[in-house]
Design a protein. Structure first.
Length: 204
């Protein structure tokens, strides 16, 4: 089973992913977590370019780099684990490319990004996507409290509003995607995630 978590930076994904991993592991599932971009040595190198580069990265090049990191992760790690019956949890997947590079950067039509996503994943789709929804201003405040912003996060609040709008649009058209209010306490959000997850869990 493949579960992805999505949302703008600062929406609380990491906290919830840790909790879900513990919950599923305690139940006896074989659980693996990967972050995107990342999760393989090559994909982590690409991550460094994407988040730390001081050079301008053209939006098309940016989309292709995220996709290259993803292609490597899907082919070498995710597919084999799914074939072996594991549960794979992803801290972001191709919906982030649609929302950030498609809706956020606006330089490439969303339908082209979606074709790229199909190619980079070889048509692999999550069984469940948890979209943690948070107001962009609130998310920016949460972020600034805990860390120095990276190259993507420095894009500004107008960019994050467009990214949010992108995730909202995706949640409307993708049945696998569940939008949950992430402004509540982490425990309240966690309980809603578990409600949705329980409906889809495979038998042990
Ligand atoms: P990361 O520090 O992992 O952010 P977060 O903890 O919020 O997930 O950085 C990943 C950044 O890359 C984040 O700003 C979102 C962005 N991103 C894209 O723009 N496109 C993508 O396809 C992916 C996977 C991430």
């Amino acid at each position: 089973m493949l579960i992805s978590f999505e949302g703008i930076d600062g929406s609380g994904k990491s906290t919830q992913i840790d909790k879900v991993k513990t919950y599923l592991t305690d139940k006896g599932y074989d659980v693996h977590v990967f972050r995107e971009p990342g999760g393989t040595p090559l994909s982590e190198q690409i991550r460094d370019i994407l988040l730390k580069s001081r050079d301008e990265i053209h939006p098309l090049a940016e989309s292709l780099l995220f996709s290259a990191a993803r292609a490597q992760l899907v082919a070498t790690r995710i597919r084999p684990l799914l074939d072996a019956g594991a549960i794979v949890i992803l801290d972001r997947f191709f919906d982030s490319t649609t929302a950030y590079q498609g809706y956020g950067r606006k330089a490439i039509p969303v339908k082209d990004i979606e074709q790229l996503n199909t190619l980079s994943t070889q048509n692999l789709k999550p069984d469940l996507t948890i979209y943690l929804k948070l107001d962009p201003l609130q998310a920016s405040k949460r972020r600034k409290k805990v860390r120095v912003e990276d190259r993507m996060e420095r894009a500004g609040v107008e960019f994050f509003k467009r990214v949010s709008e992108g995730f909202d649009q995706l949640a409307l058209r993708e049945e696998r995607m569940v939008a949950l209010d992430s402004s509540k306490s982490p425990d309240v959000t966690f309980r809603s995630i578990i409600e949705h997850l329980e409906k889809k869990l495979p038998l042990l």
